[in-house]
Design a protein around this ligand. Sequence first.
Ligand SMILES: Cc1cc2nc3c(=O)[nH]c(=O)nc-3n(C[C@H](O)[C@H](O)[C@H](O)COP(=O)(O)OP(=O)(O)OC[C@H]3O[C@@H](n4cnc5c(N)ncnc54)[C@H](O)[C@@H]3O)c2cc1C
Length: 435
Amino acid sequence: MSIDKKLKVAIVGAGPGGLAAIIHFLRVPNVDLSVFEAARELKEIGAGIGINQNTWRHLQLMGVAEKFEQFFTRGDGTKMDVENRNGTNGKLISRRYQSTDPNTPARSRIERYKLQNALLSAVPKGLIQLNKRLTDIKEQEDGVVLIFKDGTSEGPFDLVIGADGIRSVTRSYAFPDHKLSYTGKTAYRIIIPGEAVAHIPDIPQGSCFWHTKDTHIYTNPLDNGLFEIATRAVIPDETGSKVSWGTEVPKEEVVGHYTGYCETIRKILDVPEKWLEFAIFGGPRLESVIHGGRIALLGDASHPLSGAFGAGACFAFEDAYVLSKAVDQALKNGTSIAKALKEYDEFRAPHYKALYQVLDGYARTAEEVKSLNAELSDDEFVEEIVQKGLAGNTKWIYEYDVTKVWQEKLDSALKGEDGLDKSLAPGVAAIAVTA
Ligand SMILES: Cc1cc2nc3c(=O)[nH]c(=O)nc-3n(C[C@H](O)[C@H](O)[C@H](O)COP(=O)(O)OP(=O)(O)OC[C@H]3O[C@@H](n4cnc5c(N)ncnc54)[C@H](O)[C@@H]3O)c2cc1C
């Protein structure tokens, strides 16, 4: 592409992945960015989101981490951050304290709207076109055309980034055989005023996972006097009708799943009259998330991991970063966008493969614990599973530094140590200066 012609890039979806893609692509010179979002207004539903070490590092990279500090008072290292407890008897299994280090998140959980607002603060006003629901895609010789529910179309674009979430229309277009299915698990979530549960004794002062053999419940006093409750239930879908996402359900539909929990939890669950139900869907791993040299998926659109690691937003950030860097490099080197997409695909695919392997491992661990000692009581089983999970091999997910790994890849390309085209080298030098 000639240097005087701007690359026309469309981002579909303005969730965490789309917003991160905007922030990263705004840093790429010679890009003409269009963003289309189905929602009429950008608002996040009331629930919390986990902020891990890698999420925090990436928020710093995007220049928005300090937006969160106003919500935290970092303590002296003695404030409780997160506990794991046995859900049936309340016994403490593990506890961690809040970090005092500004390079790590103070709290491991915040309301989702705060994440969204922080990301939005770095996005120019008016860039996101709202009420633009993508319904179809047309590929032409001169680019990709997006067709919307309102009857309009936009394009042609040189690159379309599908950041349109778990039910991605972009994915359905590019990979029509990929199907989602209900995982058999449903989450109920709600945020209520903290004073509504203040009378209940023994509520932990920080985030707490309450585990039983089959399910868990999460309680969390948020700042601004709010209190979050998130639960998981195993619910078979006999009618095949589970499609809900954020549907309001009455208390009676929720509490019955948790009668075996300790009194503290039962009292907490009894407080909200209404809950939001999230039937959890997932899908198999896509080996490739690019199509036709001009379409790339990211975030939940690319890999619907259903919140399994509590880090899906960060996976989407990492995708957006790598994609923007690969495209930046192509523009600097005058190589094709199709090649940049291939590099993006090849860089991210092994990471996602490893994540899916961890998921398989979770199921294996539970089976292993069961088979090692069939005599294990439910309480012992819970303790063993939690301890194994804590000691388990997932630290690498949260410690992963995508900028470092990307730089290492570029460095080895510069040295000609891997299969990458040597023509990357000038781009590497340019990136090293501008990073
Ligand atoms: C129960 C649960 C708990 C979770 N907990 C955590 C957690 O603690 N920490 C964490 O990091 N992650 C968590 N996740 C995962 C996290 O929510 C997602 O991974 C993350 O939101 C993915 O961001 P995204 O931008 O890819 O998709 P989304 O957040 O789904 O955003 C997609 C955007 O695209 C828009 N859109 C959809 N279709 C169209 C269309 N056709 N045209 C135009 N726009 C469209 C949507 O309106 C939306 O704004 C959890 C997920 C679940 C299910």
